[in-house]
Design a protein around this ligand. Structure first.
Ligand code: PLP
Length: 452
């Protein structure tokens, strides 16, 4: 048994939470999550909650996979730590790099390892600039990201991302980063069709390149589907147009796969879902299913070849780059995904099943749009369906819906008034049914609260 009250008191006095409003925490007390199995988590008061977010989009393999615990235990006994600086390596990191290289698009075969998605994006920023310097074009320096993109919380990650509240708290972005609008049709598409809007949003990239000067633009960074920005699924016309523009001006493409990687879209990587040929793919989360902290950057042959041919040391690395225990867990996690054919399961079975069930929520009076790909989904909450009229943001209807949903047994996340889900890939049909009916209950409870 847990003493929830005592834990909450200690939490309030000593623990500075990431991404939390500390005043609300003090008033309400943190929910203490004490154990998990499959797609469920339990809190210290014994409540069982379906984790519709796979933690933070990461427990792809679900909870309670004892093979991952054994992989960690065995590796800790064999070689708990060693680094890969100064011409060293160890078997788990080599095997992991080989495995990931085989899963990635054919032109990407080398991996640099980090401890998280944020570190992966810091690494990318340095690699991009290193690449153009080696190419004799150091003035190709600016990286273009997108409003509401999320690439992590370190200084470079938060700068590459386009989250306004993050920028305003830390004097970000750092110099040499520019942001363009996101391809968010529901919120910003006005009277256009999604197809028209996709082209229009992609052309924002071309305008920015021409404004800055193509000889000064190093790379474009984007998530295949913007996750933390609200599961923003680009119209079909968007990525093909972006590809044309990047090719026209010789600009590198960074596809942030931290959420979409390792099966979430029904392909190993979101780049494969959209037919992209990135130069860099930052990865993390699903690579270990969150059982160990680990990230990486998968690099194209063009970039890796330049690093090799032009020689010299790349002065970059982390104590925990390629940590052997994390690498062993990542390998076992990937083996489990393969043995259970989970990527195929998302593509052909549970993904379509979830999307069909999710669509049924569009008849709810609060829902202006339902959308999704693979095991990602979003609901737009609206005051009036016609004309996509939103609630006053002061009301925080999304936050209300999230709180009511969790208390009612389903973790959904709110991004403004967009409710999002990203459940573990192992979710069963009956668990999807439960997820969707609990989402409907949360919408009903929100309606009641609004009318009260
Ligand atoms: N990139 C994307 C697309 C993410 O969603 C996240 C985390 O949510 C990150 C990067 C940062 O990863 P981490 O929190 O592991 O540093």
């Amino acid at each position: 048994a847990y003493n929830t009250e005592w834990l909450q008191q200690q939490d309030n006095q000593h623990y500075l939470h990431p991404f939390s409003d500390h005043k609300t925490l003090r008033e309400q007390g943190a929910r203490m999550i004490v154990r998990a199995d499959g797609v469920y988590i339990w809190d210290s008061d014994g409540n069982k909650i379906l984790d519709g977010m796979a933690g933070l989009w990461c427990t792809n393999i679900g909870y309670g996979q004892s093979r991952l615990a054994k992989a960690a235990f065995d590796q800790m006994n064999e070689l708990p730590y060693y680094n890969s600086f100064f011409q060293c390596a160890h078997p788990p990191v080599v095997e992991l790099a080989k495995t990931i290289g085989e899963l990635a698009p054919a032109h990407m075969n080398q991996v640099f390892f980090t401890g998280s998605g944020s570190e992966s994006n810091d690494t990318v920023l340095r690699m991009v600039r290193h690449y153009w310097t080696l190419k004799g074009q150091p003035e190709k320096f600016t990286i273009i990201g997108r409003h509401n993109g999320y690439h992590g919380s370190t200084v470079a990650g938060a700068s590459l991302g386009g989250m306004k509240p993050m920028h305003s708290q830390g004097g970000l972005p750092i110099p040499g980063i520019h942001h363009i609008p996101q391809p968010y049709w529901f919120g910003e598409g006005g009277d256009t069709t999604p197809e028209e809007f996709g082209i229009q949003a992609a052309r924002e990239l071309e305008s920015a390149i021409l404004d800055i000067g193509a000889d000064k633009v190093a790379a474009f960074i984007a998530e295949p589907i913007q996750g933390a920005g609200g599961v923003v699924i680009p119209p079909d016309t968007y990525w093909p147009e972006i590809k044309n523009i990047l090719a026209r001006y010789d600009i590198l493409l960074i596809v942030d796969e931290v959420i979409c990687g390792f099966g979430r879209t029904g392909e190993w990587f979101g780049s494969q879902y959209y037919g992209l040929e990135p130069d860099f793919m930052p990865i993390a989360k699903g690579m270990t299913s969150g059982y160990m902290p680990m990230g990486g950057v998968i690099v194209s042959d063009r970039v890796a070849g330049t690093f090799e041919q032009e020689g010299g040391e790349f002065f970059h690395g982390y104590t925990y780059s390629g940590h052997p225990v994390a690498a062993a867990v990542a390998l076992e996690n990937i083996r489990l995904i393969q043995e259970n054919k989970l990527v195929e399961y998302v593509k052909n079975d549970i993904g379509p099943y979830l999307q069909t069930a999710w669509q049924t929520l569009s008849d709810h009076p609060l829902v202006g749009e339902t959308r999704g790909v693979g095991l990602l989904g979003a609901l737009e909450l609206v005051k009036e369906k016609a004309g996509r009229v939103r609630f006053d943001s002061e009301l925080d209807v999304g936050g209300m819906c999230r709180t009511l949903s969790v208390s009612n047994g389903l973790v959904m996340r709110a991004v403004g008034d967009t409710m999002i889900i990203s459940p573990p890939l192992v979710i069963s049909h009956s668990e999807v049914d439960e997820l969707v009916s609990k989402a409907r209950e949360a919408l009903d409870l929100t309606m009641e609260a609004l009318q009260a």
